[in-house]
Write a protein of this length. Structure first.
Length: 514
């Protein structure tokens, strides 16, 4: 097949096959722009779409090679979802584990990911993550990120392997990394600049983008704010290629409901308002393989008592869920392994909430459950009111209308299990060295609700971060992708703290290979 045939086939696929059945939101008449019809306003070696971990890592690496780079961000600030999370980064086989005699390996990490991902993960991508995890930490540090010398134990990981930024936030990486990028004279970073279309040459190679500068995102508009006409059109050439690092679609009310009709428009999410599907759909239009787009992960550690990500996820997943427990307020009983993977826990919470949407389960723990790595977050939770402190279990029972006797019995049963090294829900209590709930209190509590958090699916990439074409099953020339916009790595459900590693590793790889 010659190149022109191949390209015609791309367009046909975009308009009929992929468009009709999988994109939903896409414009069936949309076509990529032909470079013959375009005069570029500015030309670079590389154009990167998105300023999260993935985009910034790609830009930094490409610039270090001496390439000229334009990074664009549609929002008024950088960092997307990358800047609003707990800053936990899974690093299998890390030096702190070795210091503490915690045995870890590539195999154990991949086994953990496959268990959470229901076995449908693309294993070669997981292998790449492990192989480059230590490098990605060094690179983040080179850019100015600082990590605590502590380990967190995130649910679904069979051992503690997560390091955490000094400020318990992804911003601890994003702020220095965006500075690193902006200080490099080979790089430009334009905020309020939205990618709209790919520009292709006659061979089907991605050679640039159509974008809008001075764009004003309007979160009140539906689905990728399609009616938003703000901004001035500009064409940016990308001689070596484009890196798509536009993140996930946890805030795209249309697209997320299309994939999972259980997500009503008014359901809060942990994501930033710009987490929409538009840029990913444009990659599908030029033939990128869609992978597992309907697996949307709910964070089981979020709280209805704050908007967005907030602080509850840090205080639960790195605190109350560790040596504490979660109870069904109606029965006073536990109902899950609080250190299971996210899907297992969110599913268990949904069973309760579907019976009574107001009966939010409550996470309960004592001071010993908060590791030193999150000590600065405890007061934030108490100050905002998302976490409450009570002196006795009777007070906890009154506050949440939990049957008091059953609650006390559950705490005792759980503690007995920890001491015996055996838990009724399979929590790995045998590794707790007897750490359990301190029955004399005080008790810290957070109400729970699962919120859409990470969208597992996206475009298919290979281990070189090249986007794979439906048509040729080969890389689409000139198109790379990294981060949450890619699919397959995490299968049905991503393990907590693997996203930062994933985004940095594949962002770096995109920048190195382009
Ligand atoms: P990741 O974790 O994969 O790096 P993030 O959500 O942190 O993803 O970052 C993705 C960034 O891409 C966000 O800041 C988002 O606003 C930006 N983005 C999404 N779509 C576009 C677009 N069409 N044009 C420019 N930037 C975009």
């Amino acid at each position: 097949m010659n190149h022109n045939d191949s390209r015609r086939k791309f367009i046909k696929l975009a308009g009929v096959g992929v468009g009709a059945s999988m994109l939903g939101a896409s414009n069936l008449m949309a076509k990529p722009i032909d470079v013959k019809d375009v005069k570029f306003d500015e030309e670079y070696d590389v154009v990167v779409i998105g300023t999260g971990f993935a985009g910034l890592a790609a830009a930094a690496k490409a610039a270090e090679k001496g390439l000229s780079v334009l990074v664009i961000e549609k929002m008024g600030r950088v960092g997307g979802n990358s800047t609003i999370n707990g800053g936990g980064m899974a690093v299998p086989n890390n030096p702190i584990q070795k210091e503490r005699n915690i045995k870890d390996s590539k195999e154990i990490f991949i086994k953990d990911c496959l268990k959470a991902g229901l076995g449908i993960n693309h294993v070669e991508l997981l292998e790449t993550i492990v192989d480059r995890a230590a490098d990605s930490v060094s690179f983040a540090e080179k850019c100015g990120a600082k990590f605590q010398h502590e380990l967190s134990w995130f649910g679904g990981h069979s051992v503690p392997r997560t390091i955490v930024t000094e400020n318990n936030s992804g911003s601890g990486i994003i702020i220095p990394m965006s500075k690193y990028v902006e200080e490099n004279e080979k790089c430009k970073l334009y905020k309020r600049t939205k990618f709209d279309e790919f520009v292709l040459d006659e061979a089907g190679r991605v050679v640039g983008i159509k974008a809008r500068v001075e764009y004003r995102f309007d979160s009140k508009l539906f689905n990728d704010d399609k009616e938003n006409k703000s901004g001035e059109v500009k064409y940016f050439g990308a001689k070596k290629g484009v890196v798509l690092a536009s993140g996930g679609f946890g805030m795209d009310k249309f697209y997320r409901k299309l994939q999972d009709p259980r997500i009503p428009d008014d359901m809060d999410s942990t994501n930033h308002p710009g987490a929409t599907a538009g840029a990913m759909a444009k990659a599908f239009e030029i033939g990128a393989c869609p992978v597992q787009v309907d697996w949307i992960q709910f964070g089981p550690w979020a709280s209805p008592d704050e908007r967005g990500f907030g602080v509850a996820p840090i205080l639960t997943q790195q605190g109350l869920f560790k040596y504490g427990m979660a109870v069904d307020v109606k029965t006073g009983k536990r109902f899950m392994n609080e250190l299971a993977d996210r899907k297992t826990r969110a599913d268990a919470e949904f069973v309760i909430l579907r019976k009574d949407p107001k009966a939010n389960p409550v996470a309960i723990g004592t001071q010993n459950t908060f590791g030193p790595e999150i000590k600065n977050v405890i007061q934030k939770g108490l100050d905002s009111g998302v976490m409450k402190k009570y002196n006795t279990l009777d007070e906890v029972a009154i506050a949440y209308k939990i049957p008091a006797a059953a609650l006390k019995e559950s705490v005792k049963k759980y503690n007995d299990g920890v001491k015996a090294g055996k838990d009724e829900f399979g929590k790995p209590v045998e590794q707790f060295k007897g750490e359990c709930i301190n029955e004399s209190g005080p008790f810290y509590c957070i109400r729970l609700t699962p919120k859409p958090h990470h969208t597992m699916g996206g475009v298919k990439i290979n281990t070189k971060a090249q986007v794979i074409s439906m048509d040729t099953q080969e890389p689409i020339p000139g198109l790379y992708a990294a981060g949450e916009v890619t699919g397959g790595t995490h299968g049905a459900s991503r393990l907590g703290s693997v996203a930062i590693t994933d985004c940095l590793v594949f962002g770096m790889i995109a920048g190195e290979n382009i």
